[in-house]
Write a protein that binds this ligand. Structure first.
Ligand code: ADP
Ligand code: MG
Length: 392
């Protein structure tokens, strides 16, 4: 059963001179109950505009100029056209039955309120519950997105810390309560990018949406954190019988996540198929290009092809003549005798706050004995997961 049917959707933007440009050009797709649909395409292809049109969140310069977005409410008998729905009725759907998460969780959260306040606020906006019940819900949501350990883990933690003492039930409860409150009281700046995205996911699922739209939710995260967020989203869809539209420019991200894929290019859907089929047997030149352009670790090519090469139907081999401009992996002169920068045994420490003024100053060592050289003409890659010291 499909719960969302987008037909002939067209979105047009007007520029300052009132000239129209088509951002989404008569696209058709549907989303089934419980399905994870991936929308893939390069930046500017119309992915975000499509999702904003579904949410009714287009900026004032953008208009849906054609088509329908039919939402089949599981409780209602007839489907509702979100395009023609009056704006006062939209709130029930936006952030209610259809929720959305974005690339930058930090920009969606308010820096001056703690996360407990922001989650309970979202719950109170959509549900008729007391503030106390909303707080309890916020706690279980934080546990569901694994930002907070579940009750049993918290209790075990306490028992292990105090294994040599007799334990009073009251003390145990107090410990669990404190741990939960401490998480609710944290401010956005006290959480990492991955943790903030978990907060956004908690807010998004707080009103039991039927559809979750995730627009590049892991693009700002490093690969290890990205993997844990993708796993969480997949789990939530299964557990809650929720459908998801997952938008990304990165095919590798959706390969193990989506049931079905749509490929967008210049506002149109150029290909759609079940994920495996699309990845192993792409039909359209653009999709073939997208797949072939991904650099592989196991082969070093002197020429890095782009999608345009495939759209021009050009056969790319390692012998293909290299246009000088795009020769980014070609051989060039590196002057190994000339080091421009020598970093030797570098250590950088950040002072830790002292418990008491007369305590000795302790440091958090962000960089420990790092040495490297940079030679003339060389491009040196500095790679590592978030928090390992690259920026420092
Ligand atoms: N606020 C806007 N005003 C004018 N044009 C826009 C606006 N937002 C997006 N567009 C245009 O719509 C097209 C699709 O953009 P978008 O959906 O953001 O791409 P994607 O999410 O796939 O990177 C682009 O050509 C972009 O320039
Ligand atoms: Mg986008």
């Amino acid at each position: 059963m499909s719960i969302l049917d987008v037909s002939d959707l067209q979105v047009v933007f007007l520029n300052d001179e009132q000239q129209p440009s088509i951002a989404v050009d008569q696209i058709n797709f549907s989303l089934k109950k419980g399905e994870i649909l991936g929308i893939v395409g390069e930046s500017g292809s119309g992915k975000s505009v499509t999702s904003l049109a579904i949410m009714g969140l287009l900026p004032t310069t953008g208009k849906v100029t054609g088509g329908q977005i039919l939402f089949q409410d599981t409780q209602a008998e007839e489907s509702i056209d979100l395009v023609s729905l009056p704006s006062e009725n939209k709130r029930e759907y936006r952030g209610g039955k259809i929720a959305m998460i974005f690339q930058e969780p930090m920009s969606s959260l308010n820096p001056v309120y703690n996360i407990g306040f922001q989650i309970t606020e979202a719950i109170l906006l959509h549900q008729k519950v007391s503030p106390r019940q909303a707080k309890q819900q916020a706690i279980s949501l934080l546990q569901e997105v694994q930002l907070l350990s579940d009750n049993q883990t918290l209790e075990t933690e306490f028992l292990q810390q105090n294994h040599h003492q007799p334990i009073e039930k009251k003390e145990l409860q107090e410990y669990v309560r404190k741990k939960k409150n401490a998480m609710l009281k944290r401010y956005p700046h006290e959480l990492s990018g991955g943790q903030l995205q978990r907060v956004m996911i908690a807010i998004a699922i707080s009103c039991q949406p039927t559809i979750l739209i995730a627009d590049e939710p892991t693009t700002a995260l490093d690969v290890t954190v990205q993997a844990t967020i993708l796993e969480l989203l997949k789990d939530l869809c299964e557990r809650r019988q929720m459908s998801m539209i997952f938008i990304t420019h990165d095919l590798a991200v959706v390969a193990n996540l989506a049931d079905r894929l749509l490929v967008m290019y210049q506002g149109k859907i150029v290909e759609s198929a079940m994920t495996k089929e699309l990845l192993f047997n792409p039909q359209q030149a653009y999709t073939k290009g997208l797949l072939a352009c991904r650099p592989r670790l196991e082969e070093t090519r002197s020429y890095l092809p782009t999608v345009t090469d495939f759209l021009n139907n050009q056969e790319i081999t390692d012998e293909t003549e290299i246009p000088p401009k795009t020769n980014i992996l070609g051989k060039k002169e590196i002057r190994l005798n000339q080091s421009l920068l020598v970093v030797k045994d570098l250590r950088v420490g950040f002072p830790k706050p002292k418990q008491l003024p007369w305590h000795q100053q302790e440091y958090f060592w962000a960089i420990n004995d790092v040495s490297f050289q940079l030679f003339g003409g060389e491009t040196l890659g500095l790679v590592g997961e978030s928090g390992c010291g690259k920026s420092t």
